[in-house]
Design a protein around this ligand. Structure first.
Ligand code: ADP
Ligand code: GLC
Length: 518
């Protein structure tokens, strides 16, 4: 069975969040299971600035956008972990600083960018002479492609895609790709689709809705989120459309790639460690404090290494305190700074958090309003709160490894990979009871829960005081060294590798593919 995976970002080529982690790992995990996958993604400028071995597949291919407009692209290929990645390169659309927009908002021509891309995937398949059994489309960026496949199958009796099926995976329902109705003309979409049963959405075009309406199967990235999105609290005005497709909707939890996320092998962290020898984790903590707060490492742990060369200014550096104190709990967070991630709960609880003898280290980037409010808060707690506004894979790994507690109090969370990564690094998550967090974290309320595999602290109500109670419980457990080391072991012992989830996708493909077993 052949599967084309169409996605807007993939590790190691381009990443803003967990979507890239998924797209960098799932195709190879499927290959191991005998599903023949390849990936089609935009050829962002940054990809061509690195030295991946690239083959030129085609130059000057044309995509017919509408009756009068063509857009050209060049097609490149590289192979990673046995999977072919195809890059659609058009520098005026994808040769930009960022993937989707800036802190001030999305690029205003994202309808053209992703409309073009949804069309280009059919040209790519023609150029490489592949007719896949399944086109697996990810997020709103490729929603239009589900409509296009549906349209081709209904209108072109000679299409090679007559048996090709589509799977549409929702990674985040809040980002829908909603654009003015002129998008129909821009992308050459027949106005007969502009109805409330089609891609029309309150007078606009909605790419996410197109994906939900016209794909053969819909998945989302955790079982709990697949139910939550049928409600108005989480459905972002698409709950009724989703309800109408409920029979074809399922939730498959994400995995993480333990070849990419492993404290025993991670080259970016200060010292390697594993479940049976946590000495390295202590060094990571000591050096993280020293790096984030500009203090001298406590001595036992050695020098700070080269963490400072990530180009970030860690806004918390305080030369007045002479040495780190590795006995205090270190609370870390690595996150996009958006409404989704519960930043309001963190700022709301900050005063209470700061009453504790703790270090807080946050790395994140996203909406400007969160940058500003966090910077303002940080200025009041310089010796306890370090804030780095930016994106740094290296520093993120130093936070995952060096922290004791990891914050993920999300307002909603389709799956979440941060909590899975932190567990692997022995850093215990405090999470809200929602989406994939609910599906992966085993809550600890009392010591007996630790014997039941407990590896995190959970709260339910989206409120700063509920969050703070869960965090305070974690801090209290931290001081019981014997119990804490059991919790850390429970976390590191978890297996969220891709094997299980890739198997679930394979079953789904088989249920709609050409009826043949792989
Ligand atoms: P989402 O995809 O909603 O952002 P996930 O938890 O699924 O959330 O995945 C987030 C991924 O992005 C993780 O790999 C995390 O380490 C990474 N990440 C998020 N923010 C940053 C940042 N500022 N710097 C480096 N990595 C980040
Ligand atoms: C989205 C979601 C996140 C999920 C990721 C990968 O960005 O916000 O919860 O883990 O996609 O599926």
């Amino acid at each position: 069975m052949k599967v084309a995976i169409c996605v807007a970002e993939a590790v190691p080529f381009a990443k803003t969040g967990g979507l890239a982690d998924v797209a960098g790992a799932l195709p190879a995990a499927l290959k191991i299971k005998g599903v023949d996958t390849f990936v089609i993604m935009p050829g962002y400028k940054s990809i061509f600035e690195k030295d991946y071995p690239m083959q030129t597949v085609s130059k000057g291919a044309k995509v017919q956008m509408n009756a009068s407009e063509n857009i050209e692209f060049d097609l490149y290929r590289t192979t990673l972990k046995n999977v072919d990645f195809y890059f659609v390169r058009n520098d005026s659309l994808f040769g930009r600083e960022n993937l989707y927009g800036t802190a001030q908002g999305d690029y205003t021509d994202n309808n053209l960018r992703f409309g073009f891309f949804s069309k280009a995937i059919f040209k790519v398949m023609e150029l490489i002479s592949v007719v896949p059994d399944i086109i697996h489309l990810h997020d709103y960026h490729f929603g239009l492609a589900a409509l296009l496949l549906h349209d081709i199958k209904n209108n072109d009796k000679t299409t090679p895609y007559k048996d090709t099926k589509s799977v549409f995976t929702i990674h985040n329902l809040a980002y829908q790709g909603v654009y003015g109705s002129e998008t129909l003309e821009l992308c050459g979409i027949d106005s007969k689709y502009f109805t409330s049963e089609g891609l029309e959405f309150y007078g606009n075009v909605n790419f996410m809705k197109a994906g939900i309406v016209y794909s053969d199967k819909i998945t989302t990235v955790s079982p709990t989120y697949s139910k939550e999105i049928l409600t108005s609290r989480y459905g972002y005005r698409l709950e009724d459309t989703l309800k109408s497709r409920a029979e074809d909707l399922s939730g498959i939890i994400n995995g993480i790639d333990y070849t990419v996320w492993d404290p025993a092998k991670d080259k970016a962290i200060f010292a390697n460690y594993g479940i049976n020898d946590l000495a390295g984790k202590k060094k990571c903590k000591d050096n993280l404090i020293s790096e984030a707060f500009g203090m001298a490492a406590s001595g036992a742990a050695g020098a700070a290494g080269d963490a400072g060369d990530d180009g970030n200014i860690h806004n918390g550096q305080n030369k007045s305190e002479p040495a780190t104190n590795p006995d205090k709990p270190l609370i870390g967070m690595v996150s996009r700074l958006s409404e989704q991630k519960g930043i309001d709960l963190i700022t709301g609880a900050m005063e209470d958090i700061m009453k504790n003898d703790v270090y807080v280290v946050i790395l994140g980037t996203g909406e400007e309003k969160y940058h500003n409010i966090l910077m303002e808060m940080q200025a009041g707690y310089k010796d306890k709160f370090s804030l780095t506004i930016g994106y740094s894979d290296k520093f993120s790994r130093q936070i995952y490894s060096g922290s004791d507690i990891f914050l993920m109090p999300s307002n909603y969370e389709p799956c979440g990979l941060g909590q899975l990564i932190s567990l692997k690094y022995g850093t215990i998550p405090v999470v809200r009871n929602t989406g994939g967090l609910a599906d992966t974290i085993i809550d600890i309320k009392n010591p007996e829960d630790i014997d039941k595999g407990g590896q995190g602290f959970m709260f339910t109500e989206y409120a700063a005081d509920a969050f703070y109670i869960a965090l305070k419980t974690a801090i209290d457990f931290y001081y019981d060294k014997r119990l804490w080391s059991k919790i850390v072991k429970n976390g590191m012992d978890c297996d969220f590798s891709w094997d299980y989830s890739a198997g679930k996708y394979k079953e789904l493909y088989e249920s709609i593919g050409r009826g043949r077993k792989i």
